[in-house]
Design a protein around this ligand. Structure first.
Ligand SMILES: Cc1ncc(COP(=O)(O)O)c(C=O)c1O
Length: 408
């Protein structure tokens, strides 16, 4: 809402000097980032009737058992605020699962905060631990939220490149990014958009830097169960020396195919959980209470659920790699998560934005331009990202549309 309309004065137009003066008082922080490119691509996909291979939300059904648990919670009148840091049943289930899968024992009373998606968990964490002048190390390409998370929390980002085709990082570059001002490193494994799964050796190298500079590792592990070819997801918190300096961010969105439910969490040592909980309380009070109950059921699903999830996604990954290769893209094969980064050099477009616009408007496929994953946009000018968390008919429609691209 503009300043003019909120004042209820219809005579002040958006372009008037009064409106311009009011605008000068708006947040300088919010001026420093744009709206989400990924979500904008979803809007464009709808506008042009394009197949949406941009935003990472599954278009197939979630588990019946989990949906039934949500229905039951509403029938049982779980309608009021849950405890602000999360319903006890869900926190207990998160603690049990973390111990079961990663061998890390945490206290659900003092170390787990349930939030509105992992998006809020990351923002509440950053707002909870950052002071002016603090620096945060971020690998790039990176999930686009981390830039605004840093700006809004007041952190200065220090970017370190993941280099294609294997998305390895230069250890000296990472060493140079750490220093006395480093408050944290944001680590996303399995990684969006590259599909990189950090190895134990890489995590240990990062661990040593965190210990040396007394920094936190804030790890976004939302794709922990979407993993291929024998890769193994290792939580940073499970490494020696990291239990009390890791904040593990996770959520229901991707593992249970319920991105719209908005249930996530931050697992942090008690001293860090205190400010995270305070920020969370005043940001949102809490995530949807009945869906937290369903979360408690979801997190108790047997190991076979996660195995089937990974088996389903490896087939979709291979199908999508075939479609994209056939259409002329150079693909970077992901080891985890549900995205494929591609090199578009072969198509002769000036940059990723021009190519993405052409794809959505003329070919009918929405993708995410690579530049939206980089601080320096030029770095992503030859890349676009496809998601493949879609049912077969969507993948087939994508293949059909992209065949036009090849013909041209
Ligand atoms: C790396 C990463 N973190 C977080 C999110 C958002 O998760 P949530 O739905 O839990 O807010 C996404 C969504 O695409 C993501 O790719």
């Amino acid at each position: 809402m503009s300043a003019a309309s909120s004042a209820g004065d219809a005579s002040i137009s958006a372009g008037s000097p009064v409106a311009a003066a009011a605008r000068q008082t708006l947040s300088a922080k919010a001026e420093r980032f744009t709206e989400s490119v990924i979500r904008e691509m979803t809007r464009l996909a709808m506008q042009h009737g394009a197949v949406n291979m941009a935003q990472g939300f599954p278009d197939f059904s979630a588990s019946e058992e989990v949906k039934e648990a949500a229905r039951r919670a509403i029938t049982d009148d779980i309608n009021q605020y849950a405890i602000t840091w999360g319903a006890k049943e869900l926190r207990d289930a998160i603690a049990r699962k973390f111990e079961r899968t990663q061998g890390v024992r945490v206290d659900p009373e003092r170390e787990i905060t349930v939030t509105c998606g992992s998006t809020e968990a990351m923002m509440a964490t950053m707002m909870g631990i950052i002071n002016p002048g603090d620096e945060v190390v971020i690998f790039e390409p990176h999930y686009e939220n981390y830039g605004p998370d840093a700006i809004l929390s007041g952190a200065t980002p220090r970017f370190v490149q993941l280099q294609p085709p294997d998305w390895n990082f230069d250890r000296d570059e990472l060493k140079r990014a750490f220093g006395p001002k480093t408050k944290a490193i944001i680590l996303n494994t399995p990684n969006n958009p590259t599909g990189k799964v950090f190895t134990r050796e890489e995590l240990e190298f990062i661990r040593d830097l965190c210990v040396r500079w007394n920094a936190y590792a804030v790890t976004d592990e939302i794709y922990e169960h979407i993993i291929y070819d024998g890769s193994k997801h290792i939580s940073m918190a499970s490494l020696d020396g990291m239990r009390d300096r890791t904040i593990t961010i996770n959520g229901m969105s991707k593992t249970y195919s319920v991105t719209g439910w908005r249930v996530g969490w931050a697992i942090a040592p008690p001293d860090a959980s205190v400010p995270i909980r305070k920020v969370h309380d005043f940001l949102t009070v809490g995530a949807a209470a009945p869906l937290q109950q369903a979360g408690a059921v979801a997190l108790e699903l047997p190991a076979s659920y996660y195995q089937k999830l990974a088996e389903m996604y490896v087939l979709k990954r291979d199908r999508m790699l075939g479609i994209l290769t056939e259409a002329g893209f150079r693909c970077f094969k992901p080891a985890g998560a549900y995205y494929i980064m591609t090199d578009i050099s072969g198509f002769g477009y000036p940059d990723d934005m021009a190519f993405s616009k052409y794809l959505v408007e003329k070919i009918g496929v929405a993708v995410v331009p690579g530049s939206s994953f980089y601080d320096d946009q030029k770095m992503g000018a030859r890349q676009v990202r496809f998601t493949f968390c879609k049912k077969e008919s969507t993948l087939a429609a994508c293949a059909e549309k992209l065949s036009k691209l090849r013909a041209r």
